[in-house]
Ligand binder design. Structure first.
Ligand code: ASP
Length: 297
């Protein structure tokens, strides 16, 4: 693995190896040292969890990391992302972690940059968020061990969510057969094979082993996608009542940031079945696993 751009670039074996390595780093605190590596992070969109967990992961592996403050960088003087990265590469950076609203930008960057380097896509538009999908899979593995027999329900704004897109890809590769995508009709995606698309939340959540709740991507909604949020909250917010439809030992996940009371009630977010903060914790170890794996190629 030279770059991490999209989950579909990975095989089941590569994904399982990353999950194993994330679990190992979490359990045993004897971590490799990648002290000769220099990593720069360029976030053109907001982030808390992804950015900070990559920072911490790099620190634990002794990678020198510089977080480029895009808001005060030469981007504001008209410099392209490619030129910015080539300049950083000239200074000696060999890892780049990039979040940008433009889809396919990571692919463009790896095709147009020269020399040896590793690029990690930390979120590209509504298309991909591979490190999130890997930490989500690690979390499901932690609680459920075997993927194939699980019923997994993804609830919310499927259409605009890069988290959903990458998660559906990883779960499909890992052999999940019962994948339910629950959302109001206008936020559905019907172009994804082997998923059950429904606007019926009771049907979708019934007997689920894992529920992944999504944030409404307000910043990505086009005019025709805007729905009545009060109505959404009434019908689709994950409440304790709706959670009872799932298996008793179902886990509740959310990539964050959560909007309490809108897509998930506070009672559910804070209940014993919620593993939302465990996802955040796993994010640090999975990102260590990613950096470490890239260093080997
Ligand atoms: N933090 C995730 C992302 O960057 C989820 C979200 O913002 O809703 O896509």
């Amino acid at each position: 693995m030279n770059h991490l751009i999209d989950i579909n670039d990975l095989s089941a074996i590569e994904i399982e190896a990353l999950i194993d390595s994330g679990c190992e780093f979490k359990k045993n605190k004897s971590w490799p040292k990648l002290s000769s590596s220099n990593c720069s992070m360029l976030f053109y969109e907001n982030s808390t969890r992804t950015r900070v967990s990559f920072e911490l992961a790099a620190k634990y592996l002794k990678v020198t990391l510089v977080n480029i403050d895009v808001a005060t960088s030469s981007v504001n003087k008209g410099e392209s992302v490619l030129d910015t990265m080539c300049n950083l590469q000239a200074m000696g950076f060999d890892y780049f972690i990039v979040r940008h609203q433009q889809e396919k930008l990571p692919q463009f960057l790896i095709e147009n940059m020269k020399g040896d380097f590793h690029l990690i896509n930390a979120g590209s538009g509504k298309e991909a968020h591979p490190s999130q999908a890997l930490l989500d899979a690690m979390t499901i593995y932690q609680y459920k061990k075997v993927f194939s027999g699980l019923k997994i329900a993804i609830l919310g704004d499927i259409k605009h969510s890069r988290v959903a897109n990458s998660l559906i890809q990883i779960l499909t590769i890992l052999g999940v057969k019962s994948l339910y995508l629950i959302s109001p009709a206008s936020w559905q995606r019907t172009d994804i094979a082997n998923t059950i698309v429904t606007d019926d939340i009771e049907y979708g959540l019934s007997e689920a082993d894992v529920i992944v709740c999504l944030r409404i991507q307000k910043e990505r909604l086009e005019k025709s996608d805007v729905i009545d949020f009060d109505e959404y909250q009434q019908n689709y917010s994950l409440t304790i009542d709706k959670l009872q439809l799932a298996q008793k030992d179902a886990i509740v996940m959310h990539p964050g940031p959560i909007n309490r009371g809108l897509e998930i009630s506070s009672q559910v977010a804070d209940c014993s079945q919620s593993v939302i903060l465990e996802q955040v914790n796993n994010g640090v170890f999975m990102r260590m696993a990613i950096l470490n794996q890239l260093s080997k190629s």
